[in-house]
Design a protein around this ligand. Structure first.
Ligand code: NAD
Length: 457
């Protein structure tokens, strides 16, 4: 039976663990994990400052499943639920090293102060560490994010040249750490649809050479990461790796990818409430969602082309959860509307309202109102951290690293990515089960089906 030691304690997974051969075992998380963050704005700086605060014992990693979550192993009567981080070999927070790129020169302390998510008291304590992290010049083009303009930007003769410069950045960073993961926490780009240039690696590389307008900066970063065999996560709703060329590259170079657009506020709530209505066969007529937020993300999303990208990502969840084809009487006629309003006085402290028109027995109407006063980056930062740690785990897992899309990480995304022909799973609790069963599976533990008949034998 395989065991993992943590602080003297032994975590044992019951039953089938012995079946794993050495070649199937997850490699240990030895040495430093380098995290390359694209876009050092509100989410990125809140994650980096938060990790440092936790490392110093100044705060708890609340909201992070990898740091606080447990996983049940074996039967309910076994009473065996270790912490996830004691069950699977995740990188320790103390071994994480951050770097990244931004179109502004501000170091992470200055960027965090500008984002104003964390208060000056907190930031002051972390200042010596944060100000040492300075972004590298970015690959940026205003055509794709119209509301931003920065000067800390790479120059190159074409997109291929820019990709090569990013690859050189990655290779240089790799020399200082043992493993690398990249996460996009940059702005939302204009809405792009896949075109011929995205259909194969060859077409994409020709497109880089020819400066194809279908290739956005986020795709140049993703391409550079995957070419360097570095896993890539996409916190924004941008098209990025959601195209055949990137999926092919991800498999070819054993560089895991996953869905897009952190599932934080309103969509998080939607993917909890909608499955509840469906489970009880309650009908839905309309779902109106509106938000006010005043951070830089809000400013970027105030521009219609960037908003369209976000809107598409947010709209998908209800359609997939409700399955109107299976339940035409309940869900075939839903009016779903989403608004995001830029309102500077609120900064990162977003407020979201949902009005849901539902109907029950014999069609009698009812309403549910949700008013979520959240903090955008406080919700997103632990998600970004978990994704980084789980992608690094996927890379060290023989069974996962070459499959491309990591569907088991759907839990974190507004737009989960799936294999061709599969519909994405949006229900938060199915996603959570899928994630935990994947962890049990890679560690050779029994899956939990929730059947439970054995307790009544
Ligand atoms: N906070 C949330 O709850 C949440 C949820 C889902 C998705 N997101 C997405 O995460 C992303 C980051 O959000 P944020 O609130 O931190 O935004 P932000 O505007 O504070 O930060 C984005 C940063 O990216 C930089 N940037 C833009 N283009 C870049 C490029 N090509 N290369 C390098 N840097 C670039 C910007 O200069 C900025 O510093 C946004 O796309 C947002 O839509 C956030």
């Amino acid at each position: 039976m395989a065991t993992k030691k943590k602080g003297g304690a032994k975590i044992e997974a019951p039953s089938s663990m012995g079946r794993k051969t050495a070649a199937m075992m997850v490699e240990p998380a030895k040495g430093k994990l380098g995290v390359m963050v694209v876009g050092m704005g509100a989410v990125a700086t809140t994650m980096i400052a938060g990790v440092e605060a936790v490392r110093r014992g100044l705060a708890k990693p609340i909201g992070s499943l990898t740091q606080m979550g447990t996983i049940r192993l074996g039967k309910r009567t076994d009473n065996h639920s270790p912490l996830i981080k004691d069950f699977v070999p995740l990188a320790d927070l103390k071994d994480i090293v951050f770097t990244g790129w931004d179109i502004f020169e501000d170091n992470v302390y200055e960027a965090a102060a500008h984002a104003a998510v964390l208060g000056p008291e907190t930031l002051k304590k972390l200042k010596p560490y944060l100000q040492k992290i300075k972004p590298m010049p970015a690959v940026f083009d205003r055509y794709y994010v119209k509301r931003l303009d920065g000067t800390h930007v790479k120059k190159g003769k074409n997109k291929r040249d820019l990709a090569e410069q990013l690859r050189a950045d990655i290779r240089a960073f790799k020399k200082t750490v043992n493993r690398v993961v990249m996460i996009w926490a940059g702005s939302t780009e204009i809405f792009l649809k896949p075109t011929a240039v995205h259909q194969s690696i060859e077409a994409f590389e020709k497109g880089l050479e020819k400066n194809d307008p279908g290739i956005a900066p986020s795709q140049i970063y993703a391409y550079a990461a995957l070419k360097e065999a570095v896993p890539f996560a996409n916190g924004a709703p941008n098209l990025t790796v959601d195209v055949p060329a990137m999926i092919e590259l991800s498999k070819q170079n054993a560089a895991p990818i996953c869905g897009k657009d952190f599932k934080t506020g309103q969509t998080f709530m939607k993917t909890v409430l909608a499955p509840a209505f469906k489970a009880r066969m309650i009908g839905v007529k309309g779902w109106f969602s509106t938000n006010i937020l005043g951070n830089r993300d809000g400013e970027v999303l105030d521009e219609p082309h960037s908003f369209k990208t976000k809107e598409e990502s947010k709209l998908g969840s209800l359609e997939y959860i409700f399955q109107p084809d299976l339940y035409p009487d309940l869900y075939s006629d839903i009016y779903h509307k989403i608004r995001i309003n830029y309102y500077p006085p609120r900064g990162d402290e977003k407020e979201a309202w949902d009005n849901i028109d539902i109907f029950g027995w014999l069609g009698y109407p009812m309403q549910l109102k949700v008013n979520f006063l959240c903090r955008d980056s406080i919700l997103a930062a632990p998600i970004a951290l978990d994704l980084v740690l789980f992608l690094d785990l996927a890379k060290r897992t023989p069974e996962l690293r070459s499959i491309g899309i990591q569907e088991w990480l759907s839990f974190y995304w507004k737009s989960p990515q799936t294999a061709k022909g599969l519909y994405p799973e949006h229900d938060l609790f199915i996603q959570s089960m899928k994630l935990k069963n994947t962890l049990r599976h890679i560690m050779g533990a029994d899956l939990i089906t929730h059947l439970g008949l054995e307790y009544y034998d």
